[in-house]
Ligand binder design. Structure first.
Ligand code: HAM
Length: 436
């Protein structure tokens, strides 16, 4: 029986054309992260499942993780997210490190999900995280990094928005104002997370099952009506949550000063599915009607290091997936055309006796930081230019027995159509024209 040529369900083969797009996405990510002083890190593909059980949340563990028992009876998983690995690594070195720690990585992650637009089983995810920032400045900086990144792809506030909440607010509403127990609060988080995707009747039914009274119910629905930062402040103050209101106002003021206001929108339903978040939580949403989905998610987590018996070290970060990002850039026509590769020179020869001279020339040009494609066999004129186009070169060199006898080549600029007859030994002149 012949084997299946297709990749495993929900994973992708990256043919050169797709790999060029991925390389472009990653290059912009790296450049942006480094422009804020973030340092690149990486970790292993496999982790013990315990690491995710500690804080990642039920959905990831029960439904999405790829796990198996290894030959040494260890229960391990392919990483479904990077944050637990990052926390484990930071726990090893944070005592000796000066703060803040600013790190980024672009790992591939696997989650067992039903493949659909924007959702696959293996994706790559830019992770930017900062640990040990004073006050709320880490949260503001992380949002700045995310915005700068989208701007670097050519996007602006007409293309995307950041829907944001603070888990401290949701906690105050659920636990203090509604008097929910920890277990009920946990259930309320799950309900709020689904609130926008279900009908009002379904929402009411789910709320009814939590077992809270009508006073709590009124507070809950008032909370879900909140739409602006000002409304949140008034709501919290009216309900004697002045400290939470004040802390959130400080954060909002910083975001204004950082020029983020046009991107930010308060959304009470943003609480995020992962259990470790404790401070701000946010999702970047595409504004295009054909692609209304989350492109990126993140938030602040104060206690993640405690699972390693370390003192709390506040962290905040985000994850941005390559699939959702590509869909976003495509739907807004922001993706450059990367259909063909980019090379500098196609070194060709037209008669067998020129092979050695052509290969030598190619080698010399490569040593001068040029991307050189060689023809490896004599190429007829009519084949040279169509091939050159597919290789994405800017120049072509031609050489026949006549040129070889005179120690010459023809150098043609494909854009301007200019052609020069040059001495093969005069590499400087050849380079001058190519690099002009
Ligand atoms: P997350 O919301 O699970 O957060 O994922 C972040 C982003 O990764 C999503 O918005 C989406 O772009 C992409 N993504 C997630 N799952 C898939 C999938 N199955 N297929 C395609 N893309 C996907 C986290 O993972 C957090 N650890 C992020 C974080 C970093 N928080 C703080 N630091």
């Amino acid at each position: 029986m012949a084997l299946n040529k297709q990749p495993y369900r929900g994973t992708r083969d990256f043919f050169p054309k797709d790999k060029r797009v991925r390389d472009y996405l990653f290059a912009v990510m790296t450049k942006t992260a480094e422009s804020f002083g973030y340092e690149s890190y990486d970790g292993p593909l496999l982790e013990e499942v315990e690491l995710y059980k500690a804080k990642s949340g039920e959905e990831l563990i029960n439904e999405q993780i790829y796990s198996f028992t290894d030959r040494g009876e260890r229960f391990v998983a392919i990483r479904p997210e990077m944050t637990p690995t990052l926390a484990r690594m930071v726990a090893q070195i944070h005592r000796e490190s000066s703060k803040p720690l600013r790190w980024f990585s672009i790992p591939n992650l696997m989650r067992y999900e039903k493949p659909q637009r924007g959702r696959v089983r293996e994706h790559w995810q830019l992770n930017c995280d900062v640990f040990g920032c004073p006050g709320r400045l880490g949260e503001v900086e992380i949002l700045q990094v995310a915005v700068e990144l989208f701007q670097s792809y050519g996007a602006n506030s007409t293309h995307f928005e950041i829907l944001l909440n603070d888990r401290a607010i949701a906690d105050a509403v659920f636990k203090t104002m509604m008097k929910a127990t920890s277990e009920q609060t946990h259930r309320l988080y799950k309900i709020v997370d689904k609130a926008k995707k279900i009908t009002h009747e379904a929402l009411q039914k789910m709320f009814g099952e939590v077992g809270l009274d009508s006073v709590a119910e009124n507070i809950f629905y008032s909370y879900l009506q909140l739409k602006t930062f000002d409304e949140v402040k008034i709501f919290l103050e009216k309900n004697e949550q002045n400290e939470i209101a004040e802390l959130f106002s400080i954060f909002v003021e910083f975001t204004k000063k950082a020029g983020l206001s046009e991107y930010l929108k308060y959304d009470p339903t943003i609480v995020r599915g992962l259990d470790y978040y404790t401070g701000i939580v946010f999702e970047i949403f595409d504004k295009h009607p054909d692609n209304r989905r989350a492109l990126c998610g993140g938030g602040a987590y104060a206690n993640l290091l405690q699972i390693f018996n370390e003192e709390p070290l506040p962290g905040v970060g985000f994850g941005l997936g390559d699939v959702t990002l590509r869909d976003f850039l495509e739907v807004h026509k922001l993706l450059p055309n990367l259909d063909i590769p980019v090379n500098d020179v196609f070194v060709t020869f037209q008669e067998d006796d020129c092979l050695d001279a052509a290969l030598k020339l190619a080698q010399l040009l490569r040593k001068n930081n040029l991307k050189i494609v060689t023809s490896l066999e004599p190429l007829k004129f009519k084949k040279v230019f169509p091939t050159a186009e597919k290789k994405g070169v800017k120049f072509v060199t031609l050489m026949g027995s006549d040129e070889l006898a005179k120690n010459q080549i023809q150098l043609k600029n494909l854009a301007s159509k200019e052609q020069h007859t040059l001495n093969l030994s005069d590499v400087e002149e050849i380079l001058k024209i190519i690099k002009a």
